[in-house]
Design a protein around this ligand. Structure first.
Ligand SMILES: CC(C)(COP(=O)(O)OP(=O)(O)OC[C@H]1O[C@@H](n2cnc3c(N)ncnc32)[C@H](O)[C@@H]1OP(=O)(O)O)[C@@H](O)C(=O)NCCC(=O)NCCS
Length: 315
């Protein structure tokens, strides 16, 4: 059997494969951390294709709850797809993906999903396997000719580890009207919690008059780019955007990624230009005969403008 699980391969071979494919590799200790703390991980962790004794391709099957128009259900989320460039085109990824689809079916999972870019070879490979586009991603941008003064009565505080359940609670309330990646574990802050030591540093809790009203995310070192404005009330949202604009350094404020119509509308309302669709894509495939590929976008709320996949939930 050329397809193995984590315990049947040498983790340094995984390191070399990801280094050759992505240009980065994660230490074995991080992979083991993911197995310990990530509720999305499945038994056996990754699936690895071995050709003449050499590890040449991998797929990381995850499972995650999403909200569909039919209710919350577990879908398969596929991550870490790669193969050594010298074996591209030999069908190893197709065989790994089909194997993972079968694992999902055995667990009663009806849909597999992934995120990719139209820019890369993977997009065509996934299409050939039967994946269809779920949702495009957009960005918002505004030229800041004169930085506004910071809004009164609003305070942004760097989050700490003990704030994670609060962040997740704020998100749960905010995400109620949306579909897609709206369901979060109260303690797990997404993949970044595994790959970065201080992922929680990206979160800024927003207080108005002492009351916690939401959060947003910054990218360390790139404060003119912000993400994930989880603020339910428009005045709090407007004030938070202004707090960020008050700190911009290069004459613009950028926000990404955005998928939901309500998100696009509230940034437009504050004078932002929407750019996109970007090359990024969320894709999905039905794993059971009762679902048709063309039904998937509606099931995830895409044409209704209510699809959500924020960076914290990226996989
Ligand atoms: C994307 C990647 C995993 C594809 O791997 P691969 O080893 O070429 O995949 P396979 O050989 O299994 O290809 C599957 C099928 O898609 C076909 N295919 C390849 N490129 C294609 C394209 N651009 N359009 C349509 N079909 C394509 C293959 O011919 C193959 O057909 P078959 O099933 O009839 O044999 C590989 O290029 C890679 O590791 N890239 C770098 C990392 C990366 O970008 N990962 C994706 C992150 S989302």
């Amino acid at each position: 059997m050329p397809i193995r699980t984590f315990d049947e391969v040498d983790p340094f071979e995984i390191h070399k494969l990801t280094l050759a494919s992505f240009g980065w590799a994660v230490p074995e200790s991080r992979l083991r951390r993911q197995m310990r703390v990530d509720p999305r991980v499945m038994d056996g962790y990754g699936r690895y294709f071995v050709e003449r004794g050499r590890l040449v391709a991998q797929v990381l099957p995850l499972r995650m709850p999403v909200r569909l128009t039919s209710g919350v259900e577990t879908v398969g989320g596929i991550a870490g797809v790669c193969s050594l460039p010298e074996v591209w085109g030999r069908g190893h990824i197709r065989r790994l993906m089909e194997h993972v689809h079968q694992l999902y079916r055995q667990e009663g999972i009806r849909i597999a999903a992934l995120t990719t870019s139209r820019n890369i070879r993977g997009y065509g490979v996934y299409q050939k396997l039967g994946y269809v586009d779920l949702a495009p991603f957009y960005r918002a941008t505004k030229r800041i000719r004169a930085r506004p003064s910071p809004p009164r009565g609003l305070r942004l505080r760097v989050a700490r580890a003990r704030d994670v359940p609060r962040i997740q609670g704020l998100f749960r309330e905010f995400a109620r009207p949306f579909y897609g990646w709206t369901e979060r574990d109260p303690k797990f802050l997404g993949g970044e919690q595994i790959w970065f030591d201080r992922a929680v540093d990206r979160f800024r809790l927003v207080y108005r008059g002492g009351e916690l009203v939401g959060y947003l995310r910054i990218i360390p070192g790139e404060e003119d780019f912000t993400q994930e404005y989880v603020l339910r009330r428009f005045p709090d949202f407007r004030a938070s955007v202004r707090a960020v604009e008050a700190r911009t350094r290069f004459g613009f404020a950028n926000v990404a990624p955005l998928t939901a119509a309500a998100d696009l509308a509230r940034f437009r309302r504050l004078g932002y230009d929407i750019v996109g669709p970007t090359p990024s894509k969320a894709m999905a495939i039905p794993l059971v005969p009762t679902l048709r590929p063309q039904d998937l976008p509606r099931l995830f709320g895409v044409p209704q403008g209510r699809f959500l996949l924020y960076p914290t939930d990226a996989f």
